[in-house]
Design a protein around this ligand. Structure first.
Ligand code: ZEM
Length: 295
């Protein structure tokens, strides 16, 4: 009967296999992007996972990925989140097919799938986030402002509980995707392979000559050689500030070192704001890529 069906659903306890099914569906949707940007929704899905998590404040223990409050206004309309309605709508399709998953788990798993399917490292991940309420949304201004400098970057990321090394490692996500004039005001990609994760972002920061772009848009840098790549002021700080620069050089010299630190930092980022006892397992899972599932 209908009552029984509802009961079965309520008692449904998803296993790792069930989350792998969600992961695979996300990977499929990522690729349904023939006429979009560089041919993948991966970058914008990663940006969603990041903005859902990066609102965390370690002092007040508010914000972070737990309650997925970006579903609600005004957080959905915060300037930093411009364009993420696209990513949330894509994830809504997955939510319809797997209604048992929480939005916080779905959005962070989306970030994991994006990184892994775009040739990045495995990102240890585990479920347990719960859907919250509009009252739990965070005030505007918790995410970094690309027009600012090193002090601002440190203020924002130290508030989340990250150190200088993690700030630099996390910034390497900008190897992926691009800026959109109608979202942030900025324009262009950081690397020549925006749907494959590499350490090229760091390599290019050191190898190219960067100059302020002459245009009517916000202050951003362009590479003098091809004039087709960009850096935000906050990206360029990573090779100007002594402490940041040391780590940026390590990541430019070794993709392995970058991948290892990036994996650790993103894994931690996606768990910000989630009480430990809420997680369904004490040890995060390694989700296999679509390719690895074929072996
Ligand atoms: Zn981003 N990011 N980000 N970022 N980001 C943009 C795009 C993307 C900053 C920032 O202001 C911007 C991290 C850190 C920081 C991604 C991932 C991660 C854009 C362009 C801006 C302006 C948005 C647009 O116009 O579409 C600043 C100041 C950061 C401080 C360090 C971290 C951490 C990330 C993940 C771990 C990704 C993947 C994109 C590309 C999105 C896309 O649609 O292509």
């Amino acid at each position: 009967s209908g009552v029984q069906a509802a009961k079965v659903k309520a008692n449904f306890v998803p296993t790792k296999e069930d989350y792998i099914k969600v992961y695979n569906r996300i990977a499929e949707i990522m690729d349904e992007a023939e006429n979009y940007d560089d041919g993948s929704y991966g970058p914008v899905l990663l940006r969603l996972g990041w903005h859902a998590s990066g609102t965390y404040d370690k002092e007040t223990k508010t914000g972070g990925s737990n309650y997925a409050t970006m579903r609600f206004e005004p957080e959905a309309l915060h300037g930093a989140n411009a364009g993420l309605n696209l990513a949330r709508n894509l994830m809504e399709k997955v939510k319809t097919e797997f209604p048992w998953i929480s939005y916080g788990d779905l959005w962070t798993l989306g970030g994991v799938a994006a990184i892994q399917e775009m040739a990045g490292p495995h990102i240890p991940w585990r479920p347990g986030r719960i859907d919250g309420f509009a009252e739990q949304a965070t005030p505007d201004g918790r995410l970094p402002d690309a027009s600012q400098g090193g002090d601002h970057l440190r203020n924002i990321f130290y508030r989340m509980g990250f150190n200088d090394q993690e700030i630099v490692a996390l910034s390497g996500a900008h190897a992926l995707g691009r800026c959109h004039r109608d979202r942030s005001g900025y324009e262009g990609p950081w690397t020549f392979s925006p749907i494959t994760l590499t350490n090229d972002y760091f390599k290019l920061l050191f190898s190219e000559k960067w100059a302020w772009k002459r245009w009517d848009g916000p202050k951003q840098l362009e590479d003098k050689k091809s004039k087709s790549l960009m850096m935000l002021p906050t990206d360029y700080v990573l090779v100007q500030d002594k402490s940041f620069k040391k780590f940026a050089k390590q990541y430019a010299d070794s993709q392995d070192v970058f991948f290892k630190d990036f994996s650790g930092a993103v894994s931690r980022l996606f768990e910000l704001g989630v009480p430990t006892e809420q997680f369904v397992t004490p040890e995060p899972w390694i989700m296999p890529t679509v390719e690895e599932q074929k072996d």
